[in-house]
Design a protein around this ligand. Structure first.
Ligand code: ADP
Ligand code: MG
Length: 389
């Protein structure tokens, strides 16, 4: 498991609140976090460290470009995928309910008139930005697909490739098709070869370029046909499709009209390779925008939102447990993938000959200290496990 850490720029809302940056990248691999509550003039505690450092495989600060992040984390996985290996990239971190953290957020409702609170926007830490990005700054998903198509094109000769793609969310342990949400709740199914699949999910494939007339849709729906030739020419359409899908994610109001992503968004790209005399090989690339890692206990919600928190934590916890068990290769311990939908789906892509990258995200702001510390600790621990093998 490779673990990367990305610090996003300060947001306007944070600056408006008077927040100052407390998370800094020190070098290629090290990030320090200062405790904003500690008084630098406190002589008694002067000997205590006011900052803690965390080591990662690679660290990015707010100046890192999308391209830099992609190159350092994902690009190297592409050749493996077209050769039949699996790879998974996770974006981890708090979704940050802009109004949830910090002062004045006591959850106790005294029944009196609620104090006026400054409107604030959700302050996510950049998971979706890293994975999807924007039109001008495309993220990992688009770049990976582009390189994948290019790599296939560059591979000459007797190998036939077929690329298909699906995009789903796991919300409250329920699976929804982001490319066709009207399908409702979908189920996981294990096929004869033991591969876990989502029954009935929309799969999008590239049509053979020669067959694409000017007017014909570049993408068609349903099971892929025969000779497919993926092409980078289709990327704008792919991006559009993903952005559209992302807008279908379950976004519910939590505190004070803020919205936050409580679902895991999973983009799955499958590359089938038919080589003369060598049969069929399949590589799967998962690119996953995880639900916010903030703890349920810290949200201001009860009831439904609380249940969501528990489910989100269940998936994240199960994921953490699987990664931990897999890294600990000395013991051939049983790995419980069945604990959550997410880990069941990723069964073949977490262990064995597959590669996993986690990109953890934090805000640099003093107002986000608690969440940043939690995220750094979780991510740093995930990485430490690997180094002890
Ligand atoms: P998350 O998905 O983790 O909740 P987002 O990706 O939605 O967070 O990011 C929150 C906001 O911050 C968005 O407006 C996004 O465009 C912006 N943002 C995040 N990371 C960066 C970055 N590295 N550079 C510029 N803007 C960023
Ligand atoms: Mg998001």
């Amino acid at each position: 498991l490779q673990v990367a850490l990305r610090i996003r720029p300060m947001s306007a809302a944070e600056l408006a609140k008077g927040a100052r940056p407390i998370a800094h990248r020190v070098d290629e691999q090290v990030v320090v976090l200062q405790d904003p509550m500690e008084d630098p003039n406190d002589v008694l505690r002067a000997s205590c460290s006011r900052e803690k450092s965390y080591v990662f495989n690679v660290a990015f600060d707010s100046t890192a470009t999308q391209e830099t992040v992609y190159h350092a984390t994902t690009r190297g996985l592409i050749t493996g995928v077209i050769s039949g290996y699996n790879a998974t990239i996770f974006a981890y971190g708090p979704t940050g309910e802009g109004c949830g953290a910090g002062e004045g957020t006591s959850s106790v409702d005294m029944g009196g008139p609620s104090p006026k609170r400054a409107p604030s926007s959700p302050l996510g830490c950049g998971k979706t930005y890293t994975m999807l990005g924007t039109d001008n700054e495309p993220g990992i998903c688009t770049r990976a697909l582009g390189d994948l198509f290019q790599a296939i094109k560059d591979t000459s000769g007797d190998t036939e490739y077929e690329v298909s793609m699906s995009y789903l969310e796991i919300y409250n342990e329920m699976i929804r098709d982001l490319l066709n949400p009207s399908l409702g709740c979908l189920q996981l199914r294990e096929d004869a070869s033991g591969t876990v699949q989502v029954a009935g999910i929309t799969e999008v494939s590239a049509i053979n370029a020669e067959e694409v007339s000017q007017q014909a849709p570049v993408w068609h729906w349903g099971r892929s046909g025969e000779s497919l030739l993926p092409s980078t020419a289709y990327l704008p359409q792919v991006m559009q499709l993903l952005a559209q899908g992302n807008r279908q994610r379950t976004q519910e109001p939590t505190a004070a009209n803020c919205t936050s992503s409580r679902s895991h968004a999973v983009l799955q790209v499958t590359v089938c390779q038919r080589c003369q005399g060598r049969g069929l090989r399949r590589g799967r690339l998962f690119m996953i925008d995880l639900a916010g890692s903030e703890r349920a206990a810290q949200t201001q919600n009860r009831g439904q939102r609380m249940k969501e928190g528990a489910h989100i934590n269940r998936s994240l916890l199960a994921l953490g447990n699987c990664i931990k068990a897999l890294s600990n290769q000395a013991s051939t311990k049983y790995i419980n993938y069945r604990d959550s939908k997410l880990t069941r789906l990723l069964k073949d892509s977490l262990g064995g000959n597959s590669r996993t990258v986690m990109i953890a995200h934090i805000s640099p702001a003093s107002t986000a200290f608690e969440e940043s510390r939690n995220t750094l600790t979780y991510a740093h621990r995930a990485k430490s496990i690997r180094t002890t093998v």
